[in-house]
Design a binder for this molecule. Structure first.
Ligand SMILES: Nc1ncnc2c1ncn2[C@@H]1O[C@H](COP(=O)(O)OP(=O)(O)O)[C@@H](O)[C@H]1O
Ligand SMILES: O=C(O)C1=C[C@@H](OP(=O)(O)O)[C@@H](O)[C@H](O)C1
Ligand SMILES: [Mg+2]
Length: 164
């Protein structure tokens, strides 16, 4: 199979759903954020704070291009679609799946989260406007699924139905 790239806004469930799909299909799952953290030895938040977002974005692109284009599921960070180069890479080398989730539900879900530097609880307006700005970029995906209010099992079943 061509690699399945899972995209969507932060907190939509990309990492979680990708892992479940990997277990079902028995294929390796790689997460761009986790691979960047492993290779450069610090968390995404530390990179943003110590080196700046631009450094993280360069590493994210480098990692995307280093990961396998066959027989894998790659879960991406929500901002990967920001670069046209990344969108083209994913389209050219695999199938792109966009996991949509209502941003209000995401904000609620991530209320206690401290790992995502672009989510500031005292500025949810910025979070919602980032969501709106990225929406058309996510919609370039080959397949889209609305995950709002659905269980992980239901989302996995829907992906299975749409892809296999
Ligand atoms: N369908 C779902 N229903 C409820 N909680 C979910 C669902 N999908 C993910 N979550 C939870 O939401 C949080 C963010 O999920 P995660 O997979 O890290 O999202 P992403 O990788 O898109 O940022 C996690 O705490 C995860 O357990
Ligand atoms: O949306 C974004 O710009 C980001 C999303 C995060 O990944 P998740 O989408 O897995 O939360 C992570 O890459 C970083 O905090 C930036
Ligand atoms: Mg993730």
């Amino acid at each position: 199979m061509k690699t399945l790239y899972i995209t969507g806004f932060m907190g939509a469930g990309k990492t979680t759903i990708g892992k479940a799909m990997g277990e079902l299909w028995q294929v390796p799952v790689l997460d761009t954020d986790q691979e960047v953290e492993r290779k450069w030895g610090k968390t995404v938040r530390e990179m943003f704070e110590q080196e700046g977002e631009g450094v993280f974005r360069s590493r994210e692109t480098e990692m995307l291009q280093a990961l396998p284009c066959q027989d894998a599921i790659i879960t991406t960070g929500g901002g990967i679609v920001g670069k046209e180069e990344n969108r083209q890479w994913m389209k050219r080398n695999g199938t792109v799946l966009y996991l949509y989730c209502d941003p209000e539900l995401i904000a609620e879900r991530l209320r206690e989260d401290t790992t995502r530097p672009l989510l500031q609880q005292d500025n949810l307006d910025a979070f919602f406007s980032l969501f709106r700005a990225r929406q058309p970029l996510y919609e370039e995906a080959d397949i889209q699924i609305d995950t709002t209010g659905k269980s992980i099992a239901a989302i996995v079943a829907e992906i299975e139905e749409k892809i296999k």
